[in-house]
Design a protein around this ligand. Structure first.
Ligand code: NAG
Ligand code: NAG
Ligand code: NAG
Ligand code: NAG
Length: 368
């Protein structure tokens, strides 16, 4: 009865608020779509053109035998003679066998979507101890999904691991149409990501998308583990890059990055390195808000069926995975409600986190 009595301007106000709420919550998604379709760009820079030409002509076939010798475990056959639609490379640490098993039993247990093959592999560096190395060899024989590079798996060597992933892809899996690079702390919804990739009909080249980090600055604190000195990187800002938690590239981008990486010996974090290589090859990162970046998205079944990733997944992943993959679809309304609720709750978490940090800093200030 009350609704009937509302005046026009009151209705306008309500509708305006509903629209504002949705624009704030979902505006990013719409822009992202727009940018993905505004490609491709024409390149005039000679350096970029040369790199792209080199990438097009790249032939790894003669190098295959030699290449497989430079890995401790090369798994060089897992991708040969098959059409892979989506290759998923999960960067993992040698010790973290429990985590890999959890992924194998949950989100990583996908071999195809609608007849398109999906392949999930783990990328490791060399283990620090002989005992762990033996475990890894055993694990590799059992599951056949491990790539182990010939470098020590340390914090500083993570960029090497990313470069290795690119090298492995262009050498041993050159038929993979898309490559998702992620790491072991993530939850990835492969079906929803693959469905999205299948829906892209045009511009299947130069794809580099994920959660874009804009105007990030190098860590100039000499005490920090991720310290980047001026000699390592001179400029004030990094170019835009996709968060290393999870991003997708197309095969041609893997080739371009591989070509540039050989000529760009910079010591920066792995995701920044990919961003620098992409920029030098004339590739623009594309933002997708369905990637979480470093955020943990609060669990909600219908929300998790829609998003691509969430960070900091705990071990209860198994229970949640069963619920997500039980085959029950979400209606449009349920998805809508799920998205609104998990987005609002995630903002709330971020806000709480932010406030806790501020309180802690204030307290430190006070005690000092
Ligand atoms: C492979 O390595 C050997 C020795 O390191 C070298 O002689 C040979 O030319 C290499 N083959 C290719 C195709 O590069
Ligand atoms: C993967 O899923 C299939 C059923 O889809 C199941 O039979 C199999 O045991 C699962 N694998 C693992 C390692 O849990
Ligand atoms: C990176 O790997 C190389 C090759 O194994 C090794 O010599 C080097 O010490 C590693 N760097 C760090 C910082 O662990
Ligand atoms: C294994 O991975 C999980 C998730 O990223 C992490 O929380 C844990 O600390 C890791 N454990 C080791 C031994 O690296």
């Amino acid at each position: 009865v009350m609704f009937c009595r509302l005046r026009t301007h009151q209705w306008c106000f309500i509708i305006f608020n509903i629209m504002l709420f949705h624009a704030l919550l979902f505006g990013g998604d719409l822009l992202e779509e727009y940018f993905l379709h505004s490609l491709p760009v024409t390149y005039t820079d000679m350096k970029i053109l040369k790199i792209r030409e080199k990438a097009r002509k790249l032939d790894m076939d003669p190098l295959k035998t030699n290449m497989s010798k430079s890995y401790i475990i090369s798994s060089s056959e897992v991708c040969s003679d098959r059409e892979v639609f989506l290759l998923v490379i999960v960067c993992s640490s040698p010790e973290n066998n429990t985590r890999r098993n959890l992924i194998r039993r949950t989100w990583g247990n996908v071999t195809g979507i609608r007849g398109y093959a999906v392949l999930v592999l783990f990328a490791l560096g060399k283990a620090a101890s002989e005992a762990i190395q033996l475990d890894i060899s055993e694990e590799s024989q059992k599951h056949g999904d491990i790539i182990e590079g010939n470098f020590l798996d340390s914090f500083e060597n993570q960029t090497l691991k990313t470069v290795m992933s690119m090298e492995w892809t262009v050498t041993f899996c050159s038929t993979a149409r898309f490559i998702l690079k992620t790491n072991e702390e993530m939850f990835v919804n492969i079906p929803s990501l693959a469905e999205y990739l299948l829906s892209l009909r045009t511009h299947l080249e130069d794809i580099y998308f994920g959660r874009v980090i804009h105007q990030d600055m190098p860590d100039r604190d000499p005490q920090s583990q991720s310290f980047v000195s001026l000699s390592q990187y001179q400029e004030e800002y990094y170019p835009d890059y996709c968060s290393g938690t999870a991003f997708v590239i197309s095969q041609d981008v893997a080739r371009k990055i591989y070509i540039v990486a050989k000529e760009t010996p910079v010591l920066v974090p792995p995701d920044v390195f990919v961003g620098i290589c992409a920029k030098n090859a004339g590739i623009i990162p594309i933002q997708s808000s369905r990637f979480s970046g470093k955020k943990h998205i609060r669990y909600n079944r219908c929300c998790y069926k829609f998003i691509f990733t969430s960070s900091e997944m705990k071990d209860e992943l198994f229970k949640e995975w069963k619920e997500i993959s039980d085959g029950r679809d979400c209606t449009l309304l349920e998805t809508y409600y799920g998205l609104v609720s998990c987005r609002v709750l995630t903002y709330f978490d971020k806000f709480k986190h932010f406030n806790m940090e501020t309180i802690k800093n204030e307290a430190l200030h006070f005690t000092n």
